[in-house]
Design a protein around this ligand. Structure first.
Ligand code: HEC
Ligand code: HEC
Length: 213
């Protein structure tokens, strides 16, 4: 027992040291927060989201053209744990909350690029769901909130050209309640009414959405 107690104590002090290394900005409340310039910080994000926010990795969302307030809130929610993600939750402790506004503004100003569907046959059913909803299971039309071309509004995030793998994973997470930071649980309510097949179909359509030049 004694031994166990000791190893736990050692682990706690080691974990504390590790946390100190990982969290330089918040390691001590007395130290002044040292925040790198925006260009330097953006290099961290660029590895996964691309320098212009148009990620080329299907698991990683395109951040380009997302509303700045939406981006800012997602960053805060990753920080507080209200939105869980194995990857972003390990990145965000390195970033100080005072940096969020500038990061959000930067990505909101980048132009969203088009995407490509690898399963265009699924996109036909997807378009019907997106534009009209699913009457039998009371799924509302996605276009009613996210706009016909996926451009979104200040309240509803842009979906145009977003990777289908990211979109389907988020819908699956809303459905299971793993992502639950959506105001008034709007997206959880929508996704819980959808089958896996319907989620795949609408995601294959969303990646093909384009906005007028
Ligand atoms: C190691 C890869 C990686 C790095 C580095 C990274 N991200 Fe992410 N990011 C991801 C993944 C994966 C997701 C999807 C999380 C999920 O599944 O919910 C994500 C999601 C996000 C989202 C949510 C987007 C949305 O549409 O809701 C924002 C905002 C974000 N990242 C911002 C950033 C910023 C800012 C940086 C740099 C400080 C950064 N990320 C660095 C991988 C990364
Ligand atoms: C009543 C309005 C409404 C409808 C209808 C709606 N959404 Fe949403 N959707 C939202 C809101 C609000 C959010 C942002 C949640 C947040 O701020 O955390 C969102 C977020 C999302 C996201 C996450 C985007 C990201 O970048 O992480 C996806 C994907 C999505 N919606 C897909 C859909 C699909 C597909 C449909 C149709 C089946 C749909 N939505 C219908 C309001 C709506």
């Amino acid at each position: 027992m004694k031994h166990n107690y000791k190893s736990i104590a050692r682990c706690l002090s080691l974990c504390g040291t590790l946390a100190g290394l990982l969290l330089p900005a918040t390691a001590s409340a007395d130290d002044a927060v040292v925040v790198p310039p925006l260009e330097e910080r953006l290099q961290l994000c660029a590895g996964c989201h691309n320098p212009d926010g148009n990620s080329i990795i299907p698991e990683n969302p395109k951040l380009s053209g997302l509303n700045a307030k939406y981006l800012n809130r997602q960053l805060k929610d990753f920080k507080s744990g209200d939105r869980a993600s194995p990857i972003m939750s390990s990145i965000i402790p390195m970033v100080d909350e005072s940096e969020f506004k500038a990061l959000a503004a930067y990505f909101s100003e980048q132009k969203r690029t088009a995407g490509v569907s690898e399963k265009p046959d699924l996109a036909v059913l997807g378009k019907q769901i997106y534009d009209e909803g699913i009457i039998g299971s009371a799924v509302p039309a996605c276009s009613g909130c996210h706009n016909e071309d996926g451009s979104g509004t200040d309240k509803y995030p842009r979906l145009t050209g977003q990777h289908s793998l990211y979109v389907s994973s988020q819908l699956t997470n809303f459905k299971s309640g793993e992502r639950k930071n959506d105001p008034k649980a709007v997206m959880q309510t929508v996704a819980k009414r959808m089958s896996e097949a319907e989620i795949q179909a609408v995601s294959e359509y969303i990646v093909t959405l384009k906005e007028a030049e």
